[in-house]
Design a protein around this ligand. Sequence first.
Ligand SMILES: [Ca+2]
Ligand SMILES: [Ca+2]
Length: 409
Amino acid sequence: MDVQKILSAVACVFVLAACSKKSAESVFPENGALDSSACRGQAIENKFIVQWEDGSFTTETAANADEFKETFIKPQLDNIRHVDYDRVIQLQTSNEVRTTAFTDSWGQERIGAPSVWSQGIYGQGVKVAVVDAYVDVSHPQLLPRIAVNAGEIPNNGKDDDGNGLIDDYYGASFVSQPGSNQTPSSHGSHVAGIIAADSRYGSVEGVAPQAQIIPAQFISNDGGGSLGDAVLALQYSAKRGAKVINASWGGAPCVASLRNAFSELQRQGILVVVAAGNDGRDVDVYPEFPASFNMSNQITVAAASVSDFMTSWSNRGFNLVHVAAPGERILSTVPGNSIAYMEGTSMAAPFVSGTAALLWSAKPEATASQIKEAILRSVDVEAGHEFKVNTRGRINVEKALTTLRQLVP
Ligand SMILES: [Ca+2]
Ligand SMILES: [Ca+2]
Protein backbone atom coordinates (compact mmCIF):
# COMPACT_ATOMS: atom_id res chain seq x y z
CA MET A 1 0.00 0.00 0.00
CA ASP A 2 1.48 3.32 -0.97
CA VAL A 3 1.35 6.43 1.16
CA GLN A 4 -1.48 7.93 -0.82
CA LYS A 5 -3.79 5.01 -0.08
CA ILE A 6 -2.91 4.90 3.61
CA LEU A 7 -3.73 8.59 3.95
CA SER A 8 -7.05 8.19 2.24
CA ALA A 9 -7.94 5.22 4.46
CA VAL A 10 -7.16 7.26 7.57
CA ALA A 11 -9.24 10.13 6.25
CA CYS A 12 -12.17 7.76 5.84
CA VAL A 13 -11.97 6.73 9.48
CA PHE A 14 -11.95 10.28 10.80
CA VAL A 15 -14.12 12.04 8.24
CA LEU A 16 -16.98 9.63 7.87
CA ALA A 17 -19.24 12.08 6.10
CA ALA A 18 -16.74 12.53 3.30
CA CYS A 19 -16.32 8.81 2.74
CA SER A 20 -19.75 7.36 3.49
CA LYS A 21 -21.47 6.56 0.24
CA LYS A 22 -23.80 9.54 0.12
CA SER A 23 -25.97 9.27 -2.96
CA ALA A 24 -29.27 10.52 -4.33
CA GLU A 25 -30.75 7.22 -3.12
CA SER A 26 -29.35 7.47 0.40
CA VAL A 27 -30.64 11.01 1.00
CA PHE A 28 -34.04 10.20 -0.59
CA PRO A 29 -34.85 6.76 0.83
CA GLU A 30 -38.55 6.97 0.00
CA ASN A 31 -37.79 7.39 -3.67
CA GLY A 32 -39.66 4.68 -5.57
CA ALA A 33 -41.59 3.61 -2.48
CA LEU A 34 -44.75 5.57 -3.10
CA ASP A 35 -46.99 2.71 -1.99
CA SER A 36 -44.97 1.71 1.06
CA SER A 37 -47.30 0.47 3.79
CA ALA A 38 -45.22 2.44 6.29
CA CYS A 39 -46.49 5.65 4.72
CA ARG A 40 -49.99 6.90 5.26
CA GLY A 41 -51.19 9.95 3.44
CA GLN A 42 -51.09 10.52 -0.26
CA ALA A 43 -47.67 11.46 -1.62
CA ILE A 44 -47.55 14.63 -3.65
CA GLU A 45 -45.51 13.22 -6.49
CA ASN A 46 -44.15 16.54 -7.74
CA LYS A 47 -43.35 18.19 -4.41
CA PHE A 48 -40.42 17.38 -2.15
CA ILE A 49 -39.27 18.31 1.35
CA VAL A 50 -35.53 19.01 1.38
CA GLN A 51 -33.47 19.23 4.55
CA TRP A 52 -30.12 20.89 3.95
CA GLU A 53 -26.89 20.10 5.76
CA ASP A 54 -27.27 23.26 7.89
CA GLY A 55 -30.52 21.80 9.26
CA SER A 56 -32.89 24.15 7.40
CA PHE A 57 -35.80 23.02 5.23
CA THR A 58 -37.26 24.04 1.88
CA THR A 59 -39.98 22.54 -0.29
CA GLU A 60 -39.25 22.12 -3.99
CA THR A 61 -41.15 21.02 -7.07
CA ALA A 62 -40.19 18.93 -10.10
CA ALA A 63 -42.09 16.89 -12.68
CA ASN A 64 -41.41 13.67 -10.78
CA ALA A 65 -38.96 11.99 -8.43
CA ASP A 66 -36.56 10.84 -11.17
CA GLU A 67 -36.25 14.32 -12.61
CA PHE A 68 -35.82 15.78 -9.12
CA LYS A 69 -33.03 13.33 -8.37
CA GLU A 70 -31.17 14.15 -11.58
CA THR A 71 -31.68 17.91 -11.80
CA PHE A 72 -31.81 18.95 -8.15
CA ILE A 73 -30.41 16.36 -5.75
CA LYS A 74 -27.34 15.14 -7.62
CA PRO A 75 -25.91 18.60 -8.45
CA GLN A 76 -26.29 19.69 -4.81
CA LEU A 77 -25.72 16.36 -3.07
CA ASP A 78 -22.98 17.71 -0.78
CA ASN A 79 -25.39 20.23 0.73
CA ILE A 80 -28.45 17.98 1.08
CA ARG A 81 -29.04 15.89 4.19
CA HIS A 82 -32.46 14.33 3.51
CA VAL A 83 -35.34 14.38 1.01
CA ASP A 84 -38.96 13.20 1.39
CA TYR A 85 -42.02 13.37 -0.76
CA ASP A 86 -44.38 15.97 0.58
CA ARG A 87 -47.64 14.34 1.65
CA VAL A 88 -51.23 15.38 2.05
CA ILE A 89 -52.46 15.08 5.61
CA GLN A 90 -56.04 15.48 6.81
CA LEU A 91 -56.35 16.76 10.32
CA GLN A 92 -59.06 16.13 12.83
CA THR A 93 -61.53 18.90 13.38
CA SER A 94 -63.38 19.52 16.61
CA ASN A 95 -67.03 20.16 17.37
CA GLU A 96 -67.90 23.78 17.91
CA VAL A 97 -70.86 25.20 19.82
CA ARG A 98 -71.21 28.97 19.60
CA THR A 99 -72.42 30.71 22.71
CA THR A 100 -73.26 34.17 23.95
CA ALA A 101 -70.71 36.15 25.88
CA PHE A 102 -70.18 35.02 29.44
CA THR A 103 -67.23 33.79 31.35
CA ASP A 104 -66.44 30.11 31.82
CA SER A 105 -62.85 29.62 32.89
CA TRP A 106 -63.14 26.28 34.63
CA GLY A 107 -59.94 25.03 32.98
CA GLN A 108 -57.90 28.09 33.90
CA GLU A 109 -59.13 27.78 37.51
CA ARG A 110 -58.54 24.02 37.64
CA ILE A 111 -54.86 24.41 36.78
CA GLY A 112 -54.35 27.27 39.25
CA ALA A 113 -53.74 30.07 36.72
CA PRO A 114 -55.48 32.87 38.74
CA SER A 115 -52.98 32.37 41.57
CA VAL A 116 -50.09 32.89 39.13
CA TRP A 117 -51.77 35.96 37.58
CA SER A 118 -52.15 37.46 41.07
CA GLN A 119 -48.33 37.43 41.31
CA GLY A 120 -48.09 39.69 38.25
CA ILE A 121 -47.13 36.81 35.96
CA TYR A 122 -49.12 36.86 32.71
CA GLY A 123 -46.75 35.41 30.11
CA GLN A 124 -45.33 38.82 29.21
CA GLY A 125 -42.31 38.72 26.91
CA VAL A 126 -42.88 35.12 25.76
CA LYS A 127 -43.76 34.25 22.16
CA VAL A 128 -45.89 31.18 21.50
CA ALA A 129 -46.34 29.98 17.93
CA VAL A 130 -49.71 28.56 16.95
CA VAL A 131 -48.78 26.16 14.15
CA ASP A 132 -52.32 25.37 13.09
CA ALA A 133 -55.14 26.56 10.83
CA TYR A 134 -55.76 30.27 10.28
CA VAL A 135 -55.94 32.46 13.37
CA ASP A 136 -58.44 35.33 13.18
CA VAL A 137 -55.96 38.08 14.00
CA SER A 138 -58.77 40.69 13.84
CA HIS A 139 -60.58 39.19 16.84
CA PRO A 140 -60.54 41.92 19.53
CA GLN A 141 -59.21 39.48 22.13
CA LEU A 142 -56.44 38.23 19.83
CA LEU A 143 -55.30 41.31 17.88
CA PRO A 144 -53.45 42.90 20.83
CA ARG A 145 -51.69 39.59 21.47
CA ILE A 146 -50.31 38.93 18.00
CA ALA A 147 -46.50 39.20 17.79
CA VAL A 148 -46.12 41.46 14.77
CA ASN A 149 -43.05 41.14 12.58
CA ALA A 150 -41.61 44.64 13.02
CA GLY A 151 -39.36 44.39 9.95
CA GLU A 152 -42.30 43.79 7.65
CA ILE A 153 -44.67 46.48 6.28
CA PRO A 154 -48.14 44.91 5.98
CA ASN A 155 -50.17 44.78 2.77
CA ASN A 156 -47.67 46.40 0.40
CA GLY A 157 -47.05 43.27 -1.64
CA LYS A 158 -43.34 43.26 -0.75
CA ASP A 159 -41.05 41.14 1.41
CA ASP A 160 -39.67 44.10 3.37
CA ASP A 161 -37.53 42.14 5.83
CA GLY A 162 -36.15 39.81 3.16
CA ASN A 163 -37.14 36.57 4.91
CA GLY A 164 -38.68 35.17 1.73
CA LEU A 165 -42.28 35.82 2.80
CA ILE A 166 -44.38 38.70 1.49
CA ASP A 167 -46.35 40.71 4.07
CA ASP A 168 -45.78 38.30 6.98
CA TYR A 169 -46.66 41.02 9.47
CA TYR A 170 -49.16 39.15 11.68
CA GLY A 171 -47.63 35.77 10.93
CA ALA A 172 -47.37 33.62 7.84
CA SER A 173 -49.32 31.09 5.87
CA PHE A 174 -47.71 27.98 4.41
CA VAL A 175 -50.97 26.52 3.11
CA SER A 176 -50.07 25.41 -0.43
CA GLN A 177 -52.62 22.75 -1.33
CA PRO A 178 -54.58 23.74 -4.44
CA GLY A 179 -58.14 24.81 -3.70
CA SER A 180 -57.64 25.01 0.04
CA ASN A 181 -59.94 27.19 2.12
CA GLN A 182 -57.75 29.99 3.53
CA THR A 183 -60.32 31.82 5.66
CA PRO A 184 -59.97 32.27 9.42
CA SER A 185 -60.67 29.04 11.22
CA SER A 186 -62.40 28.24 14.47
CA HIS A 187 -59.70 25.68 15.33
CA GLY A 188 -56.72 28.02 14.99
CA SER A 189 -58.52 30.95 16.62
CA HIS A 190 -59.77 28.82 19.52
CA VAL A 191 -56.30 27.42 20.21
CA ALA A 192 -54.76 30.92 20.12
CA GLY A 193 -57.40 32.22 22.54
CA ILE A 194 -56.82 29.48 25.10
CA ILE A 195 -53.14 30.40 25.15
CA ALA A 196 -53.33 34.19 25.22
CA ALA A 197 -56.81 35.74 24.75
CA ASP A 198 -56.54 39.26 26.17
CA SER A 199 -59.01 39.34 29.06
CA ARG A 200 -59.23 43.15 28.92
CA TYR A 201 -61.21 42.99 25.67
CA GLY A 202 -63.71 40.17 26.21
CA SER A 203 -64.85 37.32 28.38
CA VAL A 204 -62.25 34.67 27.43
CA GLU A 205 -59.30 34.48 29.80
CA GLY A 206 -56.19 33.22 28.07
CA VAL A 207 -53.95 31.09 30.29
CA ALA A 208 -51.09 33.54 29.59
CA PRO A 209 -53.06 36.71 28.75
CA GLN A 210 -49.98 38.81 27.98
CA ALA A 211 -48.01 36.26 25.97
CA GLN A 212 -47.62 36.93 22.25
CA ILE A 213 -48.96 34.66 19.53
CA ILE A 214 -47.11 33.93 16.28
CA PRO A 215 -49.66 32.54 13.79
CA ALA A 216 -47.88 30.04 11.52
CA GLN A 217 -50.56 28.48 9.41
CA PHE A 218 -50.40 25.27 7.38
CA ILE A 219 -53.88 23.77 7.79
CA SER A 220 -56.72 24.95 5.56
CA ASN A 221 -60.11 25.70 7.04
CA ASP A 222 -61.40 22.29 5.93
CA GLY A 223 -58.66 20.48 7.86
CA GLY A 224 -56.33 19.65 4.99
CA GLY A 225 -52.60 20.32 5.05
CA SER A 226 -49.30 18.89 3.96
CA LEU A 227 -46.28 17.58 5.79
CA GLY A 228 -43.95 19.97 3.97
CA ASP A 229 -46.09 22.96 4.86
CA ALA A 230 -46.04 21.83 8.51
CA VAL A 231 -42.23 21.64 8.49
CA LEU A 232 -41.97 25.15 6.99
CA ALA A 233 -44.41 26.54 9.57
CA LEU A 234 -42.38 25.03 12.42
CA GLN A 235 -39.16 26.46 10.98
CA TYR A 236 -40.76 29.91 10.59
CA SER A 237 -41.92 29.85 14.21
CA ALA A 238 -38.37 29.27 15.38
CA LYS A 239 -37.00 32.08 13.21
CA ARG A 240 -39.61 34.49 14.61
CA GLY A 241 -38.39 33.80 18.15
CA ALA A 242 -41.00 31.39 19.52
CA LYS A 243 -40.06 29.82 22.86
CA VAL A 244 -43.09 27.52 22.74
CA ILE A 245 -44.78 25.93 19.71
CA ASN A 246 -48.31 24.57 20.02
CA ALA A 247 -49.03 21.64 17.69
CA SER A 248 -52.71 20.68 18.06
CA TRP A 249 -52.65 18.22 15.18
CA GLY A 250 -51.36 14.83 14.30
CA GLY A 251 -51.54 11.66 12.32
CA ALA A 252 -48.82 12.84 9.97
CA PRO A 253 -47.54 10.04 7.77
CA CYS A 254 -43.95 9.16 6.77
CA VAL A 255 -42.48 11.02 9.65
CA ALA A 256 -38.76 11.34 8.86
CA SER A 257 -38.94 14.99 7.84
CA LEU A 258 -41.22 15.89 10.72
CA ARG A 259 -38.93 14.16 13.20
CA ASN A 260 -35.95 15.99 11.72
CA ALA A 261 -37.83 19.29 12.11
CA PHE A 262 -38.53 18.49 15.77
CA SER A 263 -34.81 17.71 16.25
CA GLU A 264 -33.93 21.16 14.93
CA LEU A 265 -36.39 22.75 17.40
CA GLN A 266 -34.82 20.69 20.19
CA ARG A 267 -31.38 21.94 19.20
CA GLN A 268 -32.67 25.52 19.34
CA GLY A 269 -34.11 25.12 22.86
CA ILE A 270 -37.76 25.43 21.83
CA LEU A 271 -40.51 23.59 23.72
CA VAL A 272 -43.11 21.86 21.51
CA VAL A 273 -46.52 21.00 22.97
CA VAL A 274 -48.42 18.31 21.05
CA ALA A 275 -52.04 17.12 21.25
CA ALA A 276 -52.27 13.36 21.92
CA GLY A 277 -55.19 12.94 19.48
CA ASN A 278 -58.88 12.14 19.82
CA ASP A 279 -59.19 8.48 18.80
CA GLY A 280 -59.48 7.02 22.32
CA ARG A 281 -56.35 5.02 21.60
CA ASP A 282 -53.16 4.09 23.43
CA VAL A 283 -50.43 5.79 21.41
CA ASP A 284 -47.79 3.59 23.07
CA VAL A 285 -49.36 0.74 21.04
CA TYR A 286 -50.79 2.66 18.06
CA PRO A 287 -48.36 5.53 17.44
CA GLU A 288 -49.62 8.88 16.22
CA PHE A 289 -47.16 11.47 15.00
CA PRO A 290 -45.91 13.83 16.27
CA ALA A 291 -47.65 12.75 19.53
CA SER A 292 -45.45 9.64 19.85
CA PHE A 293 -42.06 11.20 19.07
CA ASN A 294 -41.17 11.60 22.78
CA MET A 295 -38.45 14.16 22.09
CA SER A 296 -36.78 15.72 25.13
CA ASN A 297 -38.27 19.13 24.25
CA GLN A 298 -41.79 17.76 23.74
CA ILE A 299 -44.83 17.53 25.99
CA THR A 300 -47.71 15.38 24.66
CA VAL A 301 -51.07 16.20 26.19
CA ALA A 302 -54.25 14.17 26.87
CA ALA A 303 -57.64 15.77 27.54
CA ALA A 304 -59.20 15.93 31.02
CA SER A 305 -62.93 16.35 31.57
CA VAL A 306 -64.69 18.96 33.72
CA SER A 307 -64.96 16.27 36.43
CA ASP A 308 -61.19 15.70 36.16
CA PHE A 309 -61.28 12.28 34.53
CA MET A 310 -59.73 11.22 31.24
CA THR A 311 -62.24 11.96 28.50
CA SER A 312 -63.43 8.83 26.70
CA TRP A 313 -62.10 10.05 23.35
CA SER A 314 -58.66 11.26 24.43
CA ASN A 315 -55.63 9.30 23.32
CA ARG A 316 -53.50 8.08 26.20
CA GLY A 317 -50.26 6.22 26.90
CA PHE A 318 -48.21 5.58 30.05
CA ASN A 319 -45.00 6.07 28.10
CA LEU A 320 -45.54 8.59 25.34
CA VAL A 321 -48.27 10.89 26.68
CA HIS A 322 -46.90 13.06 29.45
CA VAL A 323 -49.74 14.98 31.12
CA ALA A 324 -53.47 15.68 30.99
CA ALA A 325 -54.98 19.16 30.73
CA PRO A 326 -58.53 20.53 30.45
CA GLY A 327 -60.01 19.58 27.05
CA GLU A 328 -63.76 19.31 27.48
CA ARG A 329 -66.28 22.21 27.25
CA ILE A 330 -63.56 24.80 26.68
CA LEU A 331 -64.66 28.38 25.97
CA SER A 332 -62.43 30.43 23.68
CA THR A 333 -62.32 32.84 20.75
CA VAL A 334 -63.63 32.03 17.25
CA PRO A 335 -63.88 34.18 14.10
CA GLY A 336 -66.47 36.90 13.79
CA ASN A 337 -65.79 38.51 17.18
CA SER A 338 -67.42 35.44 18.74
CA ILE A 339 -66.74 32.85 21.39
CA ALA A 340 -67.56 29.15 21.36
CA TYR A 341 -67.19 25.93 23.25
CA MET A 342 -64.97 23.33 21.63
CA GLU A 343 -63.44 20.10 22.87
CA GLY A 344 -60.52 17.91 22.03
CA THR A 345 -56.87 17.31 22.84
CA SER A 346 -56.44 20.28 20.46
CA MET A 347 -57.85 22.36 23.31
CA ALA A 348 -55.84 20.59 26.04
CA ALA A 349 -52.44 21.22 24.43
CA PRO A 350 -52.79 25.05 24.51
CA PHE A 351 -53.42 24.90 28.27
CA VAL A 352 -49.91 23.46 28.52
CA SER A 353 -48.49 25.99 26.03
CA GLY A 354 -50.01 28.83 28.08
CA THR A 355 -48.61 27.27 31.25
CA ALA A 356 -45.13 27.15 29.69
CA ALA A 357 -45.46 30.84 28.71
CA LEU A 358 -46.39 31.79 32.29
CA LEU A 359 -43.42 29.86 33.67
CA TRP A 360 -40.99 31.31 31.15
CA SER A 361 -42.15 34.86 31.89
CA ALA A 362 -41.42 34.22 35.57
CA LYS A 363 -37.98 32.67 34.85
CA PRO A 364 -36.77 33.85 31.42
CA GLU A 365 -33.40 32.16 31.93
CA ALA A 366 -34.94 28.67 32.30
CA THR A 367 -34.23 26.06 29.63
CA ALA A 368 -36.91 24.11 27.75
CA SER A 369 -35.91 21.03 29.77
CA GLN A 370 -36.44 22.89 33.03
CA ILE A 371 -39.84 24.19 31.94
CA LYS A 372 -40.86 20.67 30.93
CA GLU A 373 -39.56 19.17 34.17
CA ALA A 374 -41.39 21.77 36.27
CA ILE A 375 -44.69 21.00 34.51
CA LEU A 376 -44.29 17.21 34.67
CA ARG A 377 -43.21 17.13 38.32
CA SER A 378 -46.12 19.30 39.48
CA VAL A 379 -49.21 17.54 38.19
CA ASP A 380 -52.22 16.84 40.40
CA VAL A 381 -52.74 13.10 40.78
CA GLU A 382 -56.10 12.07 42.20
CA ALA A 383 -56.16 8.66 43.88
CA GLY A 384 -58.80 6.48 42.25
CA HIS A 385 -58.77 8.22 38.91
CA GLU A 386 -55.22 8.61 37.81
CA PHE A 387 -54.79 9.59 34.20
CA LYS A 388 -53.31 7.04 31.82
CA VAL A 389 -50.33 9.26 31.08
CA ASN A 390 -46.68 9.12 32.11
CA THR A 391 -47.08 11.42 35.13
CA ARG A 392 -50.56 10.02 36.00
CA GLY A 393 -51.78 13.59 36.48
CA ARG A 394 -53.31 16.84 35.23
CA ILE A 395 -51.18 19.99 35.02
CA ASN A 396 -51.10 22.58 37.80
CA VAL A 397 -49.29 25.82 36.89
CA GLU A 398 -49.31 27.19 40.43
CA LYS A 399 -47.36 24.15 41.66
CA ALA A 400 -45.18 24.15 38.53
CA LEU A 401 -44.09 27.72 39.30
CA THR A 402 -43.00 26.65 42.79
CA THR A 403 -41.08 23.72 41.29
CA LEU A 404 -39.44 25.94 38.66
CA ARG A 405 -38.28 28.36 41.36
CA GLN A 406 -36.51 25.42 43.02
CA LEU A 407 -34.97 24.28 39.73
CA VAL A 408 -33.90 27.83 38.71
CA PRO A 409 -33.20 29.75 41.94
CA1 LIG B 1 -41.14 39.09 5.04
CA1 LIG C 1 -44.58 43.84 3.11
